[in-house]
Design a protein around this ligand. Structure first.
Ligand SMILES: Cc1cc2nc3c(=O)[nH]c(=O)nc-3n(C[C@H](O)[C@H](O)[C@H](O)COP(=O)(O)OP(=O)(O)OC[C@H]3O[C@@H](n4cnc5c(N)ncnc54)[C@H](O)[C@@H]3O)c2cc1C
Length: 361
């Protein structure tokens, strides 16, 4: 069924809680519905949204917002090149990604547990290549099914064809973005235990949550996807604002990548200020470049917890800008964004780029 509304209030359809309207809003609940939508006739621009958890609407949307309510989840029959331990699950684009994680963990299927509690829907997960705690969704994607709005046909992309990178995919590239609508995704989960615990202090957190002792061998024998999921949900709730309590779009900025010389200059200045034992957090990249956490830079510039009108930098995680009052105007969010970008540039000579997609861009 296709449902069309005009001047639709999007406040509850974007986790930032921006009070904006879409001139036209089209929601559909089956793959077949897409054939009936006259894409050439829709008022432009056209934007397909999921849960609106990576978007910042800066004004009313002048064109058409599309949304999928394709909400099935089914285990597929075995096919070639899939091992006995693997289970293929086909999931509709409109399913909340965490509902899928919850279902998989309860079924005892491995693969989604580290991605628990990430807001948003399955369709966007395959666009964004969502990731957390050492796992990216590309690690469990088998095939992404789409509707090609240009050729008006259904197509599929194997995981290799999706061009996945850090929070990136072919679906974000020009020529693809806006053309392909993800209808459903087939995931390859595993019945064999595949815990990924190397990220940060996850292993310690899982160990300490196990009531039968802290012997790693013993814990591994009893570990289930549900146990890891519970630990991850607890950690995420401690660190990140829950969109139902306080609006945000998660990490607002990407972590910048800079040259080693540039990093050494930043490190020398930080040691001069904080003492010679001070360590600047960073990750060395294979090509000689260095990734520096934007959160550290923002905190060093004194932004953590600071408010500006209805917007604020989240007190527990400076990478997150929040709609602090629940009534923040888009200009208050973007105003704060601009001031953070300017001060990080001023202090470190590094340009921060948003992870969040501004609509319109
Ligand atoms: C509190 C919080 C914590 C977060 N933590 C994480 C995290 O740990 N890791 C992480 O990776 N992300 C995180 N995010 C960001 C966000 O949850 C992800 O980017 C998520 O995948 C966005 O999903 P969505 O359904 O809300 O998509 P939207 O924000 O609505 O859209 C995102 C993009 O996908 C496109 N899109 C949506 N649906 C479709 C479709 N069916 N077909 C084609 N294109 C489509 C949109 O056009 C847009 O370009 C977090 C966000 C919040 C608010």
């Amino acid at each position: 069924m296709i449902n069309t509304e005009y001047y639709k209030d999007l406040t509850k359809m974007n986790t930032f809680g921006m009070k904006v309207k879409a001139r036209c809003f089209v929601e559909y609940d089956s793959v077949a519905d897409l054939v009936d939508i006259e894409f050439g006739e829709l008022s432009r621009p056209v934007l397909h949204i999921g849960g609106g958890s990576n978007l910042l609407f800066t004004e009313d949307f002048k064109g058409t917002v599309l949304h999928s309510k394709i909400e099935f989840m089914e285990i597929l029959d075995k096919c070639d090149n899939v091992s006995d331990a693997q289970v293929l699950v086909s999931v509709g684009a409109g399913v909340a990604f965490d509902d899928f994680c919850d279902w998989a963990a309860k079924e005892g299927l491995w693969g989604t547990e580290n991605l628990s509690y990430i807001p948003g829907e399955v369709g966007a997960s395959a666009v964004q290549n969502i990731g957390a705690y050492g796992v990216e969704v590309k690690d469990i994607i088998h095939t992404v099914y789409c509707y090609d709005t240009l050729e008006e046909e259904f197509v599929s992309f194997s995981v290799a064809e999706c061009g996945y990178g850090y929070r990136d995919s072919v679906f974000k590239k020009s020529g693809f973005k806006g053309r392909y609508i993800v209808t459903h995704v087939v995931f390859a989960l595993s019945r064999e235990p595949k815990p990924v615990l190397d990220y940060g202090h996850l292993k310690e957190a899982v160990l300490s949550s196990y009531e039968g002792g802290t012997d790693m061998e013993k814990v591994l024998d009893h570990l289930t996807p549900e146990m890891i999921r519970k630990v991850i949900i607890r950690i995420r709730k401690e660190k990140l604002p829950d969109p139902s309590d306080m609006g945000s779009a998660g990490s607002f900025f990407k972590n910048p990548v800079i040259s080693r010389e540039h990093f050494l200059r930043i490190e020398a200045a930080a040691k001069a200020e904080h003492g010679t034992d001070f360590k600047v957090p960073h990750y060395d990249l294979p090509d000689g470049y260095v990734k520096v956490p934007a959160a550290w830079m923002i905190e060093e510039c004194g932004w953590k917890g600071r408010r500006s009108g209805g917007a604020a930098v989240y007190e527990k995680q400076p990478l997150v800008i929040v709609n602090y009052t629940g009534n923040a105007y888009p200009e208050e969010i973007t105003g704060l964004e601009k001031r953070i970008v300017a001060s990080v540039m001023d202090r470190f000579g590094v340009e921060l780029h948003p992870e969040v997609e501004h609509i319109p861009q």
